[in-house]
Design a protein around this ligand. Structure first.
Ligand code: HH2
Length: 413
């Protein structure tokens, strides 16, 4: 009896499983991996010239299976100008790249196709303080230490230095790879805090954590360069700027001068205004280009690419469908070529999806979002309140994702 499994171009992660089940040697697996349909690319922003080039690729309609180039489906020219779908095998895309490379005005098309087709590549390793982070396996966990009276889920709990340090140490013992210390809430409508006050909150806690958790990289969650400078001086090795370098023109220089790492996050508007009617034409595309700009600013200021990570900013100027689409298409941000940090922990979209649950009751929803991100290989760092619980959830999800043993037919153990 035939048992058919859908292992299509949309699920390339499962192809090795099929090859093992078929008992094929490695050389055949590699050959087939190249031959099987491998990519569907949705293109937006094409010029008329580029669309015409794609439309007139020669010999589009050769005998089935012998087409030289990927198949081309143009979008609606009136309603969705500049859009198209390309579907094909590796070798067809390679031919298309050569063809596009022959015509210099098409270099943008060539570059974007190359980027999209290589977006499975892992970002370069990142050195955070004394620790090196390699990517491509399990996401690392960034434990949240909020030293604020008004954070949306744990405001006021760790305002006291000793309590904050003890909490950070607990997260570290539970397996946090990085600790992120914040002294100003960014929840929608939160009141801004002066640089003086913010420094007074975060600096002693950073000093305490550096002493209490030897070797742990500490990050500071701030939008102010003055606070970032004081935190780096106190032992932090990374700045987490939720404004994506938009608010403080000195921030990139401060990070560059300290040779620290930087996370640039996307936010539409400011914390005060961001949830007042956020709008997007295409949320993934707009967040992508905004992060591209933030990364370019960081590089222009002299911060090495290996020291930059990006974050789509879940809940920052986004409605429920925007947040969900960003999570679903996290892999699109891989093309930025730097690690991806994701913060869904206890966020309000989880409350919205679970009948209005308050932050303290959003753990199950948080775990679902993080398991999803990890299974899609969508995030390299997860910013979390509940380190122990997330760690367990990821261990289970990754064991499922990594298994290649479905009985004796899959070969000797
Ligand atoms: N979310 C919050 C704060 N900082 N930084 C990054 N990179 N990504 C995020 O998603 C993110 C962030 C909000 O969460 P929290 O710190 O718990 O709350 P508050 O801002 O109210 O202190």
């Amino acid at each position: 009896m035939i048992f058919a499994r859908l292992i299509g171009a949309d699920r390339p992660a499962d192809l090795p499983l099929a090859f093992v089940r078929l008992g094929l040697p490695r050389s055949a697996q590699e050959y087939l991996g190249e031959k099987l349909p491998q990519a569907h690319l949705l293109l937006t922003g094409l010029s008329e010239h580029e669309r015409r080039f794609l439309k007139h690729l020669p010999e589009q309609s050769m005998a089935p299976g012998k087409e030289l180039f990927p198949s081309y489906v143009p979008g609606d020219a009136a309603k969705r100008p500049g859009t198209a779908l390309l579907s094909g095998r590796q070798e067809q895309f390679e031919r298309l790249l050569v063809k596009a490379g022959e015509a210099s005005p098409l270099s943008e098309l060539q570059e974007s196709l190359e980027k999209a087709l290589s977006s499975n590549a892992e970002p370069a390793p990142m050195q955070l303080g004394s620790r090196r982070f390699d990517f491509g396996k399990s996401p690392y966990l960034m434990g949240i230490v909020n030293v604020t009276p008004d954070s949306f889920s744990d405001g006021g709990k760790y305002l006291d230095v000793e309590k904050a340090v003890a909490h950070g140490r607990l997260l570290w013992e539970q397996g946090a790879d990085v600790l992120d210390v914040g002294g100003e809430s960014t929840r929608p409508g939160a009141a801004p805090v002066s640089a003086e006050e913010e420094k007074g909150r975060v600096v002693p806690v950073i000093q305490g954590l550096v002493a209490a958790c030897p070797g742990v990289p500490v990050s500071v969650d701030t939008m102010k360069s003055e606070v970032a400078a004081a935190a780096l001086e106190a032992g932090a090795v990374m700045v987490n700027d939720v404004s994506g370098l938009r608010f403080d023109s000195n921030m990139a220089q401060v990070v560059a001068a300290a040779k620290a790492c930087l996370c640039v996050m996307h936010m539409q508007g400011t914390p005060r205004t961001m949830q007042q009617n956020p709008r997007y034409h295409d949320v993934v595309e707009e967040v992508f280009w905004a992060l591209h700009e933030s990364v370019s600013k960081a590089l222009a200021a002299g911060i090495a690419r290996e020291r930059v990570m990006v974050d789509p900013g879940i809940g920052f100027g986004k409605l429920l469908p925007h947040n969900l689409m960003l999570l679903r298409r996290l892999c699109d941000f891989r093309q930025l070529g730097v690690p991806i940090l994701l913060g869904t922990s206890r966020k309000s979209f989880i409350g919205q999806l679970t009948g209005g649950k308050p932050p303290a009751q959003r753990l199950a929803g948080t775990l679902a979002s993080m398991v999803w991100a990890s299974a899609q290989r969508g995030a390299d760092f997860l910013r979390v309140h509940d380190v122990g619980e997330v760690k367990d959830a990821l261990l289970v999800a990754e064991a499922i994702g990594g298994v290649l043993d479905g009985g004796e037919a899959f070969g000797p153990r």
